[in-house]
Design a binder for this molecule. Structure first.
Ligand SMILES: [Zn+2]
Length: 495
């Protein structure tokens, strides 16, 4: 065991935790992890330096800007043969095969025929799962190495900034992306931080190799998310500079924002109705922030709400009802276990840690069985990272939460625990129809593990992204790294 200092990028507090020493933690990985820690230390302290470039007046609304069809790749087809296959769709094959072709999972089952020309890989003794999906990451907007110039995740210049987009701060060469990929992560939601009531728009990215722009990595067709934060962070950051200073102020801030959005939507609709007519006049001035909130009201932008306490979460559900929108996932949600029935009833997922809490007042009252209770009450449980280190062990985090459930008398199946970091996460991001499980027709986002992914001793050995091999633990040539590692002793050996 070794101690690692870290913090969630949103919290602005330093805390420590211990993690199991796993073999992938080579010198270089540790060095990068250390950089990441220090980078995060800067995350919430200094003033933000990023600014949002002006959008062209006629640009499409941000919620519609992404192309609408999934990408496929020209990767050669491959049949992974004879592994334990965990589909995250309710079925586990003790000895199964997975056929990847044209960027998709073509078939999953026992003793599949190998089509002509398809390479067959013996995966006996291995375990195959869908690619890991993290609903909460700041990789790329709090990039490594630790420079304040890389602090691009919290636009703390106002308490409500729905117009800013994580996509505009995402640095596709962040070395942390390579480490996430090497841990089996294929998709991550990159969120603005939680300093603001409304922090801005998220972007869902793939752990694409060699991306030069965010669009190279963007998960095509994934809905935009909107980061909102209740509780202590907005009070702490904005209390001394214009507010909100209290939870009352927080809720008033949300209400004011959504009231303005409701009126903006009404004005736009009235103009749309009249625009052919002679006296229609010009359209209302475009407001990029209100446009994003209208996307929330219309259901095209998904709300991801940082919220710790049960009463805060219920308050946000009431606010969402008041204005007629839905919350897709509560993030952190350390008291989700107190309201699991309400989350199930409202159809809201909870993105949680396995065992992080206690680092501030609103984070005090959690329990290790949090995820298991949410799950057993019929709500969608998700294990997220909010950490460039934690994202490298999401399989172990899910395993810990599963074990805690069992200790509390709540048996969680292996399939369910796997869904916490795959299928349920895909649902929270609105991409469950195309990824998150191993089923025919899904994207070929696949991890071959050295053994049981819920064991601390297992590693991701091979990672396929859209059917293309993007990481191979046993082949240094298949261990992508950024230019920032050129000349480093462990170049090409990102373990
Ligand atoms: Zn965060």
């Amino acid at each position: 065991m070794y101690g690692v200092f870290g913090q969630t990028a949103c919290e602005g507090r330093l805390w420590s935790r211990s993690v199991a020493a796993v073999p992938r933690s080579s010198a270089i990985a540790l060095r990068l992890a250390a950089f990441a820690s220090v980078a995060l230390m800067f995350a919430c302290g200094p003033k933000p330096s990023a600014s949002t470039p002006p959008a062209a007046t006629d640009a499409p609304p941000s919620s519609e800007a992404a192309p609408q069809t999934p990408t496929t790749t020209a990767a050669p087809p491959v049949l992974l043969r004879g592994a334990r296959v965990m589909t995250a769709a309710g079925v586990i094959y003790e000895r199964g095969d997975v056929l990847l072709r044209d960027g998709k999972v073509e078939a999953v089952g026992a003793q599949l025929q190998a089509p002509q020309g398809v390479a067959v890989i013996d995966a006996a003794g291995k375990t195959i799962t869908p690619g890991i999906i993290d609903t909460h990451s700041h990789i790329g907007v709090y990039a490594s190495p630790a420079l304040s110039a890389h602090s691009d995740g919290n636009e703390m210049s106002a308490a409500t900034t729905p117009q800013v987009r994580a996509a505009d701060g995402y640095w596709p060469q962040d070395p942390q992306i390579d480490l996430a990929r090497a841990a089996g992560v294929t998709t991550m939601q990159i969120l603005p931080g939680s300093a603001n009531l409304i922090g801005g728009q998220s972007v869902v990215v793939r752990t694409t190799v060699g991306a030069r722009t965010v669009d190279d990595a963007r998960f095509v067709g994934a809905p935009t998310g909107l980061k909102m934060a209740c509780g202590e962070n907005p009070k702490r950051v904005h209390g001394e500079k214009g507010g909100p200073m209290t939870r009352m102020g927080n809720m008033a801030g949300f209400r004011t924002a959504f009231q303005k959005a409701t009126e903006y939507k009404r004005k736009r609709a009235a103009w749309e109705r009249k625009k052919g007519e002679e006296d229609a006049g010009g359209p209302p001035d475009r407001d990029l922030g209100l446009e994003a909130l209208v996307g929330v009201l219309d259901g095209t932008i998904l709300v991801h709400n940082h919220c710790y306490r049960a009463d805060d979460m219920l308050g946000m559900l009431a606010l969402a009802d008041e204005f007629g929108f839905e919350i897709r996932s509560f993030h952190h949600a350390v008291e989700a276990y107190k309201i699991a029935d309400r989350l199930a009833e409202a159809g809201v997922s909870a993105s949680m840690w396995a065992d992080w809490w206690g680092f501030k007042a609103e984070a005090y009252d959690s329990i290790r069985a949090n995820a298991a209770i949410v799950s057993s009450q019929g709500a969608r449980a998700i294990i997220h990272s909010d950490s460039a280190q934690g994202i490298q062990r999401l399989n172990q985090e899910a395993a810990k939460a599963k074990a805690a459930g069992e200790r509390a008398g709540l048996p969680i199946s292996e399939d369910e625990a796997l869904r916490w970091i795959t299928a349920n996460a895909a649902w929270a991001l609105g991409i469950e129809d195309v990824t998150g499980t191993l089923e025919a027709g899904k994207m070929a986002d696949v991890v071959v593990w050295s053994g049981d992914p819920l064991s601390v001793y297992s590693h991701a050995e091979r990672v396929y992204l859209g059917g293309a091999l993007v990481y191979d633990r046993n082949d240094p040539k298949q261990q992508p790294h950024t230019d920032f590692l050129v000349g480093q002793p462990a170049q090409g050996d990102l373990r």
